[in-house]
Design a protein around this ligand. Structure first.
Ligand SMILES: *Cc1c(COP(=O)(O)O)cnc(C)c1O
Length: 368
């Protein structure tokens, strides 16, 4: 029998979440963010389920090329553009869209003789201070870019730092609008949090990522409140049962001490699979669909679950680490992290099992 740990990837849930995101911004075009191997779900798997999107966004040229090789003809945005000008010929040949977020990057682009028009998302730093041209250089960059013979479609872009916090997006929207007023080009503004919470961010393009995978973009909102469905369910089984007497300790470092007779299920899942190592005693987990808690310090290949109150649960009992019935967000909070990190931290040794209606991939012979 194979190791019982699997990541179930639900294509119906992905499609459902996409439809929900579209419903929130019916007048916007939707770019599905599929970076980090589709937030850990598998790039080509999610592209297949999310092909109804108007475009895809990835980080690496390799991922963009993989989408083209699989036959996807959607616009594909490189979220950090390119790092060296040697990448430009391939970008043009593959018909990819680049983010330009920085002055030297813009210089590299303008110095290049593009063999065909290249679509550009020109990114402004409106206050997050991560990537983007400063507002006072934005207009000048647009002027220079517009004079460049290689330019295809220009889109104006920014990214919000506090869309899911009380500070909101208004402070950044003001800077963005001031610096781009009167410029006739589509805008791309909203990540999931802004899409869900801030109507003004629903511009010509929206760029949701996390919500497509069924995770609520803000910690106060439960995914179910938005009717999002988890696209990944990480599940396994109990492979051993230990009975601890009061006073006995458990696992590496003996960090958990039983204060009463305690029945412990040993689950085939550990940090080597991507389960967060900082998840201490008390992290929520389901055994046969019933919520209980983890115990002690997990190992690379296994973790401990309290089944004292579940006498029927023994070796072979089904365990849900997160997903259906247990939002990844809750596990993440207990481990001091965020659901994004759990999803994209799933390691290669965890086999994916695809469920739901599977669309066949487009024909690989179709190349832009
Ligand atoms: C990752 C990313 C997104 C998607 O963000 P979510 O919070 O997952 O919706 C959107 N825009 C940019 C620039 C990103 O890097």
């Amino acid at each position: 029998m194979p190791r019982p740990l699997t990541a179930r990837i639900d294509h119906d849930a992905l499609r459902h979440n996409l439809a929900l995101a579209r419903g929130l911004a019916p007048h916007s075009r939707l770019m599905a963010v599929v970076k980090a191997d589709g937030y850990g779900h598998g790039l080509l798997r999610v592209a297949s389920a999310l092909r109804g999107a108007d475009a895809f966004a990835v980080l690496t040229l390799e991922d963009a090329v993989a989408l083209r090789d699989a036959g996807y003809r959607h616009p594909v945005l490189l979220l950090q553009g390119f790092y060296e000008s040697v990448e430009l010929p391939e970008i043009a040949a593959r018909g990819l869209t680049v983010v330009i977020h920085e002055a030297t990057q813009l210089d590299m682009l303008l110095a290049w003789k593009a063999p065909r028009p290249v679509d550009v998302h020109l990114k402004m730093n409106s206050g997050m201070n991560r990537l983007g041209l400063p507002p006072d250089q934005y207009r000048d960059a647009i002027t220079r870019l517009s004079a460049w013979p290689g330019l295809g479609q220009l889109t104006l872009m920014t990214h919000f730092a506090t869309a899911d916090e009380p500070a909101g997006i208004v402070w950044q929207m003001e800077r963005f609008e001031d610096a781009s007023r009167g410029i006739d080009a589509p805008r791309s503004l909203a990540n999931s949090a802004a899409l869900v919470r801030h109507e003004p961010a629903r511009s010509e393009w929206v760029r949701p990522g996390i919500m497509l995978y069924g995770v609520a973009p803000s910690v106060e909102t439960a995914a179910g409140d938005l009717d999002l469905r988890p696209a990944m369910t990480l599940s396994s089984r109990i492979i051993s049962v230990q009975q601890l007497a009061a006073g006995e300790r458990l696992g590496y470092g003996g960090t958990f001490t039983a204060d009463r007779p305690t029945r412990v299920g040993v689950v085939a899942c550990g940090y080597g699979d991507g389960y967060p190592r900082h998840a201490g005693t008390g992290t929520p987990i389901l055994v046969d669909g019933v919520r209980t808690r983890t115990l002690g310090r997990l190992s690379m290949d296994s973790l401990y679950v309290d089944i004292t109150a579940l006498p029927q649960a023994g070796v072979g009992a089904t365990v849900t680490l997160w997903g259906e019935g247990l939002p990844a967000q809750e596990v993440a909070s207990a481990a001091g992290t965020i659901a994004y990190q759990l999803l994209c931290g799933i390691t290669r040794r965890v086999p994916a099992v695809e469920v739901g209606v599977l669309d066949p991939a487009p024909r690989a012979s179709v190349v832009v």
